[in-house]
Design a protein around this ligand. Structure first.
Ligand SMILES: [Zn+2]
Length: 417
């Protein structure tokens, strides 16, 4: 893995979580499809598409890398079809760095979220030893059981057509090699935070065994040595489990690391810190599924290099826009005749003045949303992605310029007021 740290976060001005051993850093990650300046925000293109945006529009937001979703692409159009055209870059017309997640999160969590529309799995034939199965997953949320976890892998029911699939660590890695992203993830079990400690411990052991198996399969398939595999640290909110997981996963020869699982907002920073204090400094770290501005500062301060999150684009499609003073809902009546830019300080395509000093206005976006025009999603997504991608770029620059803590204070004092 080619990962160079350009500058470490100077602890000067750091408070409680900074201290003398500040973990933050700015670096450069080199992939077969180009470089990623870190810290970086990674837009999510779930089904090989950052919703409502062309590849050029994604590039214009400043994004350097996209994360696509293994679970969705395996089900549709199928990883073999994507492999037949030369991989995901060619398939979606994106030349830059790509990542795919392992599919684990969707198998365990998103599967349940889709539950209300489809029926339960009644019989699992793929797992031969029923005593190895963990019964009644997801029952805490009254969701139908869509996934069954065995020691070897997970059976789940497709949310598209109800077909039954069985994913093992080896299968996840095979699918990801077919998709052909530059950075892929080991197959892990993402547990619900409501699980008891005994279950969390069992799941963690399973995740560690699956990590080893993912690595073995990856090394078999990675003939050209162009694809990087990240191991995933789990352990929920428990300090001992998080540290145990960081130790176990960092002892394996991964190219980088993902920090997975669900966090309560208030203790996310400590969980990230526990992990990053243990992970080797010379390998990149990706905090999975996190991307609100205050969390980006927290993660970067605590040594995170990469973030992905659907929030900027999902919020955009709902009319929720990020501006320097916080989030606004453009559907609100007060924007109906507001002929200002969405955010006057924003340099995105939507907010940049042209045509004699005029940009797309709040009033125009309000109109598009109320009229259910497709352009609403495109313009809002361009603005939100630019806002978040460039916030992380500015944070990166503040590390290089030795004024991270000043920038953090200045930004958050307006954003969170
Ligand atoms: Zn903008």
């Amino acid at each position: 893995m080619e990962f160079k740290i350009e500058k470490k976060l100077s602890a000067k001005g750091g408070s409680a979580s900074g201290g003398k051993n500040s973990l933050g850093r700015a670096g450069v990650l080199i992939t077969a499809h180009g470089i990623i300046n870190t810290p970086a925000f990674v837009p999510v293109g779930t089904k090989a598409s950052v919703k409502a945006l062309t590849s050029e529009q994604v590039i214009d937001t400043g994004a350097e890398v996209i994360l696509a979703n293994t679970y969705h692409l395996y089900l549709q159009p199928g990883d073999e079809l994507i492999a037949s055209v030369g991989g995901i870059h060619k398939f979606m017309n994106w030349d830059g760095p790509m990542m795919t997640d392992s599919g684990g999160f969707q198998v365990f969590s998103l599967g349940a979220a889709y539950g209300k529309e489809i029926s339960k799995i009644t019989k699992i034939t793929e797992i031969t030893d029923p005593s190895l199965m963990i019964p009644e997953r997801f029952d805490d949320s009254n969701a139908p059981r869509l996934a069954k976890i065995g020691q070897d892998g997970v059976s789940f029911k497709s949310h598209l057509d109800g077909s039954i699939h069985y994913i093992t660590p080896e299968k996840s890695i095979q699918i990801q090699h077919n998709l052909g992203a530059d950075i892929i993830f080991a197959f892990d079990e993402c547990t619900s935070p409501t699980e008891d400690i005994k279950y969390q411990e069992e799941a963690l052991e399973r995740t560690h065994r699956w990590a080893e198996r993912s690595l073995i399969e990856h090394n078999k398939l990675n003939k050209e040595n162009k694809i990087y595999l990240f191991g995933i640290i789990q352990g929920g909110r428990d300090k001992n489990l998080r540290k145990k997981s960081a130790q176990a996963i960092s002892s394996m020869n991964f190219d980088g690391f993902g920090i997975g699982g669900s966090f309560a907002k208030k203790d996310m920073s400590t969980a990230v810190k526990w992990v990053n204090e243990i992970l080797p400094e010379n390998k990149p770290r990706h905090l999975l599924g996190i991307g609100e501005p205050e969390d980006l500062f927290m993660g970067i301060e605590n040594g995170v290099d990469l973030f992905d999150c659907v929030a900027p684009t999902r919020n955009a499609r709902n009319g929720t826009l990020y501006i320097k003073n916080g989030k606004i809902n453009i559907m609100n009546a007060k924007y109906k005749d507001d002929f200002n830019a969405v955010d006057q300080d924003c340099g995105c395509y939507v907010c940049s003045p042209r045509h004699g000093g005029v940009s797309y206005t709040r009033a125009y976006l309000s109109h598009l949303f109320h009229g259910k025009e497709m352009l609403a999603a495109t313009l809002a997504s361009i603005h939100n992605l630019y806002f978040i991608v460039n916030l992380v770029k500015k944070i990166r620059q503040s590390i290089l310029d030795d004024n991270f803590f000043e920038f953090k204070k200045e930004f958050l004092s307006k954003y969170l007021k």
